[in-house]
Design a protein around this ligand. Structure first.
Ligand SMILES: Nc1ncnc2c1ncn2[C@@H]1O[C@H](COP(=O)(O)OP(=O)(O)OP(=O)(O)O)[C@@H](O)[C@H]1O
Ligand SMILES: [Mg+2]
Length: 319
């Protein structure tokens, strides 16, 4: 469990003059599930796509991304192709990005799986239909024989998850894997992803808006805001003892069952085009002082592996 699978250091991503990600550091061990949470536009998908080299040629990427010790940013496209699908697999936020809409699911499964594994077509079909069932797709035979455009968004999302599971990757990048699913099937899907980790020691990066799903599933959580990770630590530490004002506000904005009205977070995420010196969250932070607006935040460790990037001494403001 201590073996390092993915190590990202000082990763920054920009498009023309806009800095989308800044100084991202992430470590994922074998079998670890890392949850990435944060509002829309905070850079979660950009982070995932940078690991898969899917950013497009106009992106400027700086820093290092090492997978099993190999520097991914220095690989040729052929070497990358070998790793993708075989060792690293991704579930896209928008499943229509995943499949060719005018080729049957059956054809796409057979082609993709056989390009990585020596397995018969019949075996692929049987295993796929079983996997569909575990993911709540009971009409497996019909799904197998369908074109993606004949399936609903939620069905396509589960088909994409099934393919990722069947590829048995060492690292699974799951970008909002349950976003178009009913709550009733979400738990089933989450359960299957956890099983994958238990069965094969797969490491998972799970991107989600839902801090509840992240805390249930992940060992560690990284909280993103304005293209930065502002807090990082063990899930239960981050949820029970948040140190960054943004994390605390994110937790307070989750609806709960006791009738208490969630507080929400006033204001809007930052315009990444106009990031000034100082903390990116300072405009919306109720604790921010002039110093927070002028000076870059500092990393404060509040446990062995729990840190927050903030100038405020939390004890002073008792979050
Ligand atoms: N190809 C691109 N060119 C220019 N800007 C981009 C590009 N892709 C993403 N961005 C910008 O990067 C920022 C982060 O986008 P990203 O999709 O990573 O956010 P996200 O956290 O995944 O949001 P969501 O929760 O809505 O999926 C946004 O401001 C977006 O407009
Ligand atoms: Mg996204």
């Amino acid at each position: 469990m201590n073996e390092e699978m993915l190590n990202i250091k000082n990763l920054s991503v920009s498009y023309s003059d806009i800095n989308i990600l800044k100084n991202i550091d992430i470590n994922v061990k074998k079998g670890e599930i890392l949850g990435i949470v944060g509002e829309s536009g905070s850079g979660k998908s950009t982070l995932i796509k940078s690991i898969m080299a899917l950013l497009g040629s106009d992106a400027y990427v700086d820093g290092s991304i090492r997978f099993e010790g190999k520097d991914l940013l220095s690989l040729s496209s052929n070497e990358y192709r070998e790793i993708k699908g075989n060792k690293i697999s991704m579930i896209f936020q928008n499943p229509t990005e995943y499949f060719n809409p005018i080729r049957k699911i059956s054809k796409q499964f057979i082609e993709t799986i056989r390009s990585h594994k020596d397995i018969s077509k019949l075996e692929i079909k049987e295993k796929t239909i079983d996997t569909f069932k575990f993911l709540g797709l009971n009409d497996g035979e019909r799904v197998w024989n369908s074109y993606p455009f004949e399936l609903s968004g939620g069905m396509n999302q589960r088909v994409a998850i099934a393919l990722s599971i069947m590829l048995e990757p060492k690292l699974l990048l799951a970008d909002e894997p349950t976003s178009s699913l009913d709550v009733t099937v979400q738990a089933q899907v989450v359960g299957e992803l956890i099983k994958l980790r238990e069965k094969l020691g797969t490491s998972i990066i799970l991107v989600t808006h839902n801090i509840g799903v992240a805390s249930y599933m992940s060992d560690n959580i990284g909280v993103m805001y304005g293209g930065r990770i502002v807090e990082y630590g063990q899930s239960k530490e981050v949820i029970n003892n948040p140190k960054h004002p943004y994390t605390k506000m994110l937790i307070d904005s989750v609806p709960v069952r006791n009738g208490k009205i969630p507080t929400g977070i006033e204001g809007n995420p930052p315009n990444l085009k106009n990031i000034q010196d100082g903390c990116v969250f300072s405009d919306r932070c109720k604790y921010a002082s002039q110093k927070c607006r002028n000076e870059a935040p500092i990393i404060r460790y509040c446990g062995e592996n729990h840190w927050s990037s903030c100038l405020i001494e939390m004890e002073e403001v008792a979050l």
